[in-house]
Write a protein that binds this ligand. Structure first.
Ligand code: DON
Length: 311
């Protein structure tokens, strides 16, 4: 349903029709390596599209809450760029695609930096770069910043957080590798803990569309009218989303949709068309590279129908 004013618009009709077709796609598996995520209903499918003039169109389960997981990474990267500046962040986190999965235990040869902020290694360092005197303050900056992107106050899912903390040894191992390489400073558990908490923030597909359009619109949330980050920062974030937002699927994703995007393991996805619109999708079943199967189908169709391919 649209909040654009009651009159069915061609965009709304198109979204409803697309939702009806794509919801029948029956493929993929819900992630279970964080046990609490495994409880998600595979039939859930929310779709939202937000325009630069602040209209939000939605279809299906667009107001169902789920944890943001890796979809948080571009927004925390935006906050780090805003707080530290591009060059300071680049000294600590690279911007090259890895061609590997989200949790690869690989750092850049020579520098020891994580390769980019969209993989876990880069996200842990990125979270340590946002403003704050300690980890508590840095997490507060992150949840306040993501709330400003979404245009409403976001909260944590404590059950998912506890589940992730119980099963997070791979990420802790990454933290120790990072500290050994000089890429991460201070207490590893506290730094990884901020990352666990950022992943456990609850959003909806509607929120993701508003967050994405805020990046597309150069950093001003078009629903609240509030500036969150600068336009240069948004350009940089969108560039890294285009090259690395879907990990070892980033090349094919860009080829098929032409849109910078970020996937997450709970089934969320954001995509953005600069200066135009943001898309938010939620559907838990994932393909083998960790991207929501219905999000791929929906974005590919939206891109083709509306001619959104940037190339
Ligand atoms: O680091 C993890 O295991 C998760 N909290 C987030 C990973 C994630 O969403 C990967 N994306 N597809």
């Amino acid at each position: 349903m649209s909040d654009a004013g009651g009159v069915p618009s061609p965009v709304q009709e198109m979204l409803d029709e697309l939702h009806t077709r794509v919801r029948d796609v029956d493929a993929g598996e819900v992630a279970t390596y964080i046990p609490a995520l495994g409880k998600a209903d595979p039939a859930l499918f929310g779709l939202a599209l937000a325009t630069q003039d602040g209209h939000v169109y939605t279809a299906g389960d667009a107001d169902t809450g789920f944890t943001i997981q890796s979809v948080s990474k571009p927004f925390v990267y935006a906050l780090a760029l805003h707080d530290r500046g591009l060059n300071a962040v680049l000294r600590r986190v690279g911007v090259e695609p890895t061609g590997e999965g989200f949790d690869a235990l690989r750092l850049e040869a020579g520098t020891g930096r994580p390769l980019n902020p969209m993989v876990n290694a880069g996200a842990v360092v990125t979270a340590s770069l946002v403003d704050g005197d300690d980890h508590g303050q840095r997490f507060q900056r992150i949840i306040d910043g993501l709330s400003a992107f979404a245009g409403r106050e976001l909260r944590l899912d404590h059950e998912v957080l506890a589940s992730e903390e119980r099963t997070g040894d791979h990420n802790r191992a990454l933290g120790y590798l990072l500290r050994n390489a000089g890429a991460l400073r201070g207490d590893v558990n506290e730094a990884v803990g901020v990352y666990f908490r950022q992943c456990s923030i609850v959003v909806t597909a509607r929120d993701l569309a508003v967050m994405a359009v805020t990046l597309a619109a150069g950093g001003v949330n078009p629903v609240t009218g509030r500036r969150v980050v600068g336009a240069d920062t948004c350009e940089h974030v969108l560039a890294v989303m285009a090259t690395s937002g879907t990990y070892d699927f980033a090349g094919e994703w860009l080829l098929r949709t032409g849109l910078p995007a970020k996937s997450g393991v709970s089934g969320g996805l954001v995509a953005a068309l600069p200066s135009q619109l943001g898309i938010g999708v939620y559907s838990p079943p994932l393909d083998r590279r960790g991207t929501s199967v219905r999000a791929i189908a929906a974005c590919q169709e939206l891109s083709a129908r509306f001619g959104l391919h940037l190339m």
